[in-house]
Design a protein around this ligand. Structure first.
Ligand code: HEM
Length: 424
């Protein structure tokens, strides 16, 4: 390791040490040491990179040399029981074959109909609770068959998945030590419950299986196995897909609704059906709500151009950057919510940045999000239908704050964010 790279002494990451605000701790280290520095935490070494060249080098790292897959696994493993990872046959990366998105969006429409029936004509609801429940409904219907989103199954699955929520690993990293001490007892019980419900749906053949659908592909992957192995295998494939996929989307939709409620003129445009504007709003809210720590675990020693210094990074290290320290600060004005800065899915002023890779909603390069088109369509549809049906006002004062300890993913709100709605 190059000895010209400073080590941020006394800085730890929130899953290893008590840190009130993990992002602020890294920001303070960057103030002291510049754009390239090392954090030693929990016996692991992290090379943080923030310069334009460093961020470009980061996105160019090949998976076989510095792995995002391993980094994701190590993060999620802090929260999820080992058995959810072992022997999976359908992984979240295979969710976007031809026609998949159409069927997910059909399920979103059905989930919105059910949501409207629950909301009635007027009331108050927490915006993030609303979007999370919507995500459970749409996701479960998409990968576990429509019957998994029926009222009886849904209520049990929502409770179980809220306990199993893999995103806790980065939203509440400070809770991970206690979860490890407990032997993940709550998570194991929740996973058993998920398996029980999904096995029930399958045994009773309550959902028809379309062979080409994602659910059909999950079921086919286990064909020929003895029934107990088959049903559990399907249920665990569904569980991993669900915990790994939906939570960022529904948090991003929550922030888009928060921002639109705070900008009534833009909300009116979205409600009137301006889908292009709705998509720009979705991108803008997602950009501003990004708390992602982007990480790659080094599998083979790699020479990394961090811009100010070229670093020989040994195997076993992690190379990381942190979107909240880039997205809203690398150029003047980026701290403001302004959907007009997006032209389709590109940032209009990207060429004026020191590197266009310094700002992102869905990532850059080979690992950029395969779910971007689906996520933007889903957010656009949900925003348009919700705001088209209801007049919505906020029940908060001051812009809602993210959970301070969160480091990773799209921000979750620190406090309840009630909206008052009345049928327009
Ligand atoms: C608004 C919602 C979402 C946001 C903001 C988002 C953001 C991102 C970002 C920034 C990355 C790149 C991470 C990196 O380079 O380290 C990524 C990758 C990924 N996302 Fe998303 N995502 C969203 C929704 C989803 C959904 C709904 C799914 C699945 C249903 C999904 C599946 C994936 C997968 C599988 C990857 C890894 C791709 C790879 O390693 O090649 N994402 N996402």
């Amino acid at each position: 390791m190059n000895d010209r790279v400073p080590v941020a002494e006394g800085v730890g990451l929130p899953w290893d040490v008590a840190v009130t605000d993990g992002v602020a701790a890294i920001a303070a280290a960057r103030e002291r040491h510049g754009d390239t520095f090392v954090v030693d935490s929990g016996g692991q070494h992290y090379l943080f990179t923030f310069s334009p060249t460093g961020v470009e080098s980061f996105y160019a790292l090949p998976e076989e040399v510095a792995s995002k897959g391993v980094a994701d696994y190590l993060m999620l493993r802090r929260k999820l029981p080992d058995e959810i990872f072992a022997g999976r046959r359908t992984l979240p990366g295979s969710l976007f074959r031809r026609d998949d998105v159409t069927s997910y969006l059909d399920n979103l429409d059905a989930a919105l109909d059910a949501t409207f029936a629950e909301l009635g004509d007027a009331g108050t609801v927490d915006v993030f609770a609303l979007t999370r429940r919507l995500g459970h409904r749409m996701g479960l219907a998409s990968w576990a068959g429509p019957a998994a989103a029926d009222p009886g199954s849904l209520e049990r699955l929502v409770v179980a998945f809220d306990a199993l929520d893999g995103s806790d690993a980065f939203v509440h990293p400070d809770a991970m030590a206690a979860i490890a001490d407990s032997g993940k007892a709550v998570e194991r019980a929740a996973l058993d419950d998920v398996v029980d419900v999904i096995e029930g749906v399958l045994r009773e053949r309550r959902s028809s299986v379309q062979p080409e659908s994602l659910f059909g592909r999950i079921v086919a992957a286990w064909a020929g196995e003895p029934d107990d192995v088959r049903l559990r295998g399907i249920a665990l494939d569904v569980a991993l897909i669900h915990v790994a996929s939906m939570s960022n989307l529904m948090a991003a939709l929550g922030w888009a609704l928060v921002d639109l409620v705070e900008h009534p003129d833009d909300a009116a445009r979205v409600a009137a059906g301006d889908a292009e504007w709705a998509r720009s709003c979705a991108l803008e809210s997602t950009r501003m709500a990004q708390r992602s720590i982007m990480s790659r675990v080094v599998l083979e020693p790699v020479t990394f151009d961090a811009g100010d210094v070229v670093v020989d990074v040994p195997a076993g290290w992690t190379i990381s950057t942190l979107l909240p320290l880039l997205n809203t600060s690398v150029a003047p004005g980026l701290d403001r919510w302004d959907p007009a800065r997006w032209h389709r899915h590109r940032l209009a002023e990207a060429d004026a940045l020191a590197s266009p890779m310094l700002v992102t909603a869905f990532g850059h390069g080979r690992h950029s999000c395969p779910a971007r088109p689906f996520s933007l369509s889903a957010m656009t549809t949900a925003m348009t239908r919700l705001l088209g049906r209801y007049d919505v006002t906020s029940g908060w004062t001051g812009h809602p704050a993210p959970v301070a300890a969160q480091i990773g993913g799209v921000a979750r709100a620190a406090y309840p964010c009630p909206i008052h709605y009345v049928r327009s």
